[in-house]
Design a protein around this ligand. Structure first.
Ligand SMILES: Cc1cc2nc3c(=O)[nH]c(=O)nc-3n(C[C@H](O)[C@H](O)[C@H](O)COP(=O)(O)O)c2cc1C
Length: 290
């Protein structure tokens, strides 16, 4: 069995790769694995609990003309949010992954796998661990896509690359469930633009230029922080200071204390991206240990 990434907090911290890892991962990205004959070479594989990721997965499959596989749990998570939180916590504490009806897939004819999931506790939902454990993805190109409350795209993509060291994780797509289910948002267009980027061999952006000096939080900083961490309440993050960088939107680096899952308080840095007005909500990008 591949390495179990464990209890929620350690999973989150493992996801919280540093800048160097981000650069190394980005440098590995190569369009070479993307076949010219995409129609037969792409597959979409996803898990969805409440249907948002399913919707996004079906759009990917349609636009790529790709075969689609839904990962199904033998015993699905309960139907309410709170009881699902409790069930996922129990799994993590007992170091088990859920059993799937169809964990092992025949993927030999595909070279690019679009793998979709909801973010749960800062990373991909547990059925994805079962899928990764059950299949040999060496040599595959992987395009992660996710839906979330307030973020987790990059952290989850980094964790896939950490587990699948012999696969090549390309850029990742993410969208909040609020936007994915808002009929005023053209999700199909966002997916199309993203697929175009994959085809062009785009890499995760490595931002050049420095962050500002650390400063006390302004009202705008606090608003971005609150919006981007609303689904990370379990981390008990308290922002102490912030630095920022204006790009097409704003990158924030918040220095915070974190106290989660009974562990002692620690200092962490939380990266948040706030898009330009009307281009989406602030997103939780990743968290780094100080
Ligand atoms: C157990 C659980 C944990 C979650 N953890 C996070 C989280 O850490 N960060 C986040 O932004 N959203 C989190 N969410 C929200 C889901 O990622 C979001 O609702 C997603 O769109 C659900 O996708 P689905 O409809 O495909 O199941 C969590 C939801 C559940 C049920």
């Amino acid at each position: 069995m591949k390495r179990f990434l464990g209890f929620a907090l350690s999973a989150i911290l493992l996801c919280a790769c540093n800048e160097q890892n981000a650069k190394e991962n980005a440098a590995k990205n190569s369009p070479a694995e993307i076949s010219q004959n995409e129609t037969s070479k792409n597959a979409v594989i996803y898990y969805s609990q409440t249907g948002t990721t399913k919707k996004v997965a079906e759009e990917f499959s349609k636009q790529l003309s790709a075969k689609i596989f839904e990962l199904k749990m033998v015993t699905p998570y309960p139907s309410t949010y709170d009881s699902t939180i409790a069930a996922v916590k129990r799994e993590r504490e007992s170091k088990t992954h859920p059993t799937l009806q169809n964990a092992k897939l025949n993927l030999t004819s595909f070279d690019t796998l679009y793998i979709g999931y909801p973010i749960m506790f800062g990373t991909f939902a547990p059925p994805i661990y079962t899928f990764l454990d059950s299949n040999n993805l060496s040599g595959k190109a992987i395009v992660p896509f996710c839906t979330y409350g307030s973020g987790g795209r990059l952290a989850s993509a980094h964790e896939i690359q950490e587990i699948e060291t012999n696969a090549n994780v390309l850029i990742a797509f993410g969208i909040s469930h609020k936007r994915a289910n808002n009929s005023a948002v053209n999700v199909a267009d966002e997916i199309k633009n993203f697929i175009d980027k994959v085809r062009a061999g785009a890499k995760e952006e490595i931002l050049v230029g420095a962050y500002s000096e650390e400063r006390a939080l302004t009202q705008d900083d606090s608003a971005a922080f609150i919006a981007a961490t609303k689904d990370y309440a379990y981390l008990n993050l308290k922002p102490l200071a912030v630095s920022s960088q204006v790009v097409a939107g704003t990158n924030y680096l918040f220095k915070c204390t974190m106290q989660a899952f009974g562990a002692p308080e620690t200092l962490v840095s939380v990266k948040i991206f706030a898009p330009l007005p009307n281009q989406g909500e602030p997103q939780f990008i990743e968290m780094m240990k100080n």
